[in-house]
Design a protein around this ligand. Structure first.
Ligand code: 5AD
Ligand code: SF4
Length: 492
């Protein structure tokens, strides 16, 4: 145990209590109770630390990556707040936690870069603790590097034991050396721990964890483990509670929501789940992310066609337009399958915005393959698209494929793709100019406080003059001017 904490605790006799408190027979057996117990213990340790510091201690959680990580961070923040830490606006905080992403190499480099900067802060603040979690920590070579080169880090944990955060925090608060706890996998889903939502009126809801697809470029299945679906009843209860607490929009989250429910004792399809969620009174909007084209069923398209609440936005990652590359990517669909699917969706829901992810420069991609991708972009006319340069992820099959593409070729293709994607997005957005649409008001505009920022059903952003008391309401807004990928609007 850390000396300073040791003597501090001894002073008020907390030490003896703590030894007692941490004996296994005192700790509750069920996981949720166990974690609440550790929240209480952490609270007491923190109170002692605050006495020593003569002030409240603060925290900052910095989140990288996807919506799943954003949701996980809300859970981590919920626990830190329960423990008694006060949220700081910047990394000038006493507990800094990075929830990392590793989907592309540059995400990793960013974290290493930030760590050097945090080290300098830590030298000046004796109370400062640094913790790392998330997908990047599930990679062995990363943890090795942190152990060797970043020894000032206090706590490292992964994606599978995130629900143990309170317990790990206690261990770390009481230790002078780095605590590292990484699990290879888990079949556990632990619910009902504290959570601090970023927005009062909308929320992400995990419906499943992990991924079984093993797209050959992707590291996610290795760091997030196998697919596990939550039971519909647990999801519905969570959403009902959120709605009672003021939430009007939910985003159902999973790496591949279209394969939801396959591994449950009583299998349920994603379409059936959506129908159940639709019944929840008071819930106005439903979004979901992400859909894999190979699993998008006719049943789901029918539900999308009927639904009053599912938003007019479908994110349907293409990755490549070349059937040859798609096969090497292990995507299980061809260019033609994808285009047929888009036609079916548009026939059922004509005003559905379709967005996508595209990777450029996958091993073996020829100019002809790339032109196939451009062809799909021209045919589908995406409302928007995230374009990525292929990033080699150690341990994935694609990393050891021959014929990695030279970076100047990739850069040229990337630029050509981006310019087409952006031009088409702008043309598509222009069509809505002059129309009046429902907008969920989300926040005060970050650049101009006289404007409010909100989102249309199709996920486009609208800025309009208004007051902060409109936040959380769904209002009809006239789209006065299209500015490329966002609109300036006015209340009607
Ligand atoms: N390189 C580039 N992009 C990738 N993605 C996933 N793995 C890689 C990789 N190795 C992209 C995919 C996915 C999105 C979340 O990230 O397009 O849909
Ligand atoms: Fe990665 Fe493919 Fe799973 Fe998406 S579906 S997380 S791209 S392996």
């Amino acid at each position: 145990m850390d000396r300073s904490v040791h003597s501090l605790l001894k002073e008020n006799n907390f030490m003896m209590r703590l030894e007692d408190v941490l004996s296994e027979d005192k700790i509750p057996a069920t996981e949720v109770e166990r974690q609440y117990y550790f929240i209480d213990v952490a609270k007491q340790i923190l109170e002692d630390k605050e006495k020593e510091a003569g002030r409240k201690l603060t925290f900052c959680v910095n989140t990288f990556g996807c919506q799943m990580n954003a949701r996980d961070s809300e859970k981590l923040i919920g626990i830190l707040e329960q423990v008694g830490y006060v949220q700081a606006d910047s990394e000038d905080a006493d507990f800094v936690l990075y929830n990392t992403c590793t989907v592309r190499e540059n995400a990793n480099n960013k974290v290493y870069g930030h760590l050097g900067y945090l080290h300098n802060k830590k030298k000046k603040n004796p109370h400062m603790m640094i913790a790392l979690c998330g997908c990047m920590m599930q990679e062995e070579h990363v943890v090795e590097t942190i152990r060797k080169k970043y020894r000032f880090v206090d706590l490292v944990f992964g994606t599978h034991n995130i629900y143990k955060f309170a317990e790990l925090l206690v261990r770390s608060l009481l230790s002078e050396s780095m605590i590292v706890d990484i699990w290879k996998d888990t079949d556990q889903i632990v619910e009902d721990l504290p959570i601090e939502r970023k927005y009062s009126f909308k929320s992400g809801v995990n419906i499943m964890f992990g991924c079984n697809n093993f797209c050959s470029y992707c590291i996610v299945p290795y760091v997030r483990g196998r697919e596990r679906s939550r039971k519909p009843i647990d999801i519905i209860r969570e959403i009902e509670k959120l709605v009672a607490d003021g939430v009007v929009e939910v985003m159902l989250l999973g790496q591949n929501v279209n394969s939801y429910g396959k591994n449950l004792d009583e299998p349920v399809t994603f379409a059936q789940l959506l129908e159940q969620v639709e019944q929840i009174e008071g819930l106005e909007r439903i979004r979901f992310m992400t859909s894999h084209p190979k699993d998008l069923s006719d049943e789901l398209i029918e539900v999308l066609g009927k639904s009053k609440k599912v938003c007019k936005h479908l994110h349907l990652p293409l990755q490549s337009g070349s059937s040859k590359i798609l096969q090497k990517m292990n995507r299980h669909y061809t260019k033609e399958d994808y285009l047929t699917l888009v036609d079916k969706i548009r026939a059922a829901v004509p005003d559905m915005a379709i967005t996508t992810d595209i990777i450029v420069g996958f091993p073996g991609e020829t100019e002809e393959d790339f032109l196939e991708t451009l062809d799909v972009v021209e045919k589908v006319r995406y409302d928007s698209a995230f374009t990525f340069i292929y990033s080699k992820r150690t341990g994935t099959p694609a990393a050891s494929m021959d014929d990695q593409i030279p970076s100047d070729v990739v850069k040229d293709r990337f630029d050509r793709l981006l310019s087409r994607v952006q031009a088409i997005s702008a043309e598509k957005a222009k069509v809505y100019e002059g129309k009046t649409v429902d907008v969920l008001v989300e926040e005060i505009n970050q650049h101009d406080a006289s404007l409010m920022t909100g989102r249309m059903s199709n996920n486009s952003t609208v800025h309009f003059p208004g007051e902060a008391d409109l936040i959380g309401q769904i209002l009809p807004i006239k789209l006065v001017e299209c500015k490329g990928f966002y609109y300036i609007g006015e209340r009607v």
